[in-house]
Design a protein around this ligand. Sequence first.
Ligand SMILES: [Zn+2]
Length: 146
Amino acid sequence: MIEEQPQCPFCRRFMPEWGTPLPVKACDICDRPLFLFPSLLRKRRLNILSAIDVAKVTMLPIVGGATVSFGMGGLDPDQFAAVVAGALLAWGMIDVWDGTAGIKTEFDRVKKQVKRGSAARKMSIAKTIFGLSSIVLGSIGLLMVG
Ligand SMILES: [Zn+2]
């Protein structure tokens, strides 16, 4: 069986091997959480997804959907505020996770740009601070509506 060398979707570096029987692991190089997605079309291909990216992508339709229902009168302001606060909280936790992993490994990525060294470190510190403030804002929001 020829296995493709696993490539981290976050930092785009190749790992020597997946190295664990579990479908979830942190990248050897950038420490971001990754998981294996079963490939139906190409059995030998490792489909690796970055948990951080997937979480961010899945949150957009949730917030978008809540905004649309609120606009159409399907949600009252309290319910809408709870969704936004919850999303802020979740987004903040992802950013802190991403940021602290970046500070540790000096690997960072913004959109498709992978950065290394001090530039990555600065960006990761910014992400961590931004994430922490989102967590604070989200928690205040949830306490106020709850
Ligand atoms: Zn990586």
